[in-house]
Design a protein around this ligand. Structure first.
Ligand code: THU
Length: 131
């Protein structure tokens, strides 16, 4: 889909707010995500770390689980942000999870200055695995 400037700004701002709720005492690397759902609702997610490191959930998957758990369907776009100068992209596990909900979902990746780049999930995960 083509996102409007207003939608991009709104998603970036929601992702930043989500980042404030991160639980990242081990890495101190806070991440926020925001998902635009069909119908216009935006759902937030943050990374939630655990003393058993492998139990950590990334911000993107946190947001997806939250959205679906609340009954929302249809992911239109995802924003992800963090508190460094790098415009981080979703990790490999998150790319696979995002792909489950659409092959052309745009992902807005921004840094702490609000600079962003947009990539479709198919660009980030070419030749994705599906059943
Ligand atoms: N993290 C995310 O939340 N999303 C990503 O796409 C990359 C990594 C989190 C996981 C962990 O809490 C921290 O960033 C450092 O890896």
């Amino acid at each position: 889909m083509t996102l409007t400037d207003a939608q991009i700004q709104s998603l970036k701002s929601e992702a930043k707010a989500a980042m404030e709720q991160a639980h990242a005492p081990y890495s101190n690397f806070t991440v926020g995500a925001a998902i635009l759902m069909e119908g216009g609702t935006i759902i937030r997610g943050a990374n939630i770390e655990n003393a058993s490191f492998g139990a950590t959930i990334c911000a993107e998957r946190s947001a997806i689980a939250s959205a679906l758990s609340q009954g929302h369907r249809g992911i239109k776009a995802i924003a992800v942000t963090n508190a460094t100068d790098t415009k981080i992209t979703p990790c490999g596990i998150c790319r696979q999870v995002i792909y489950e909900y659409g092959t052309d979902i745009p992902i807005i990746c921004s840094n702490q200055s609000g600079e962003h780049m947009i990539h479709s999930i198919s660009d980030l995960l070419p030749h994705a695995f599906t059943l």
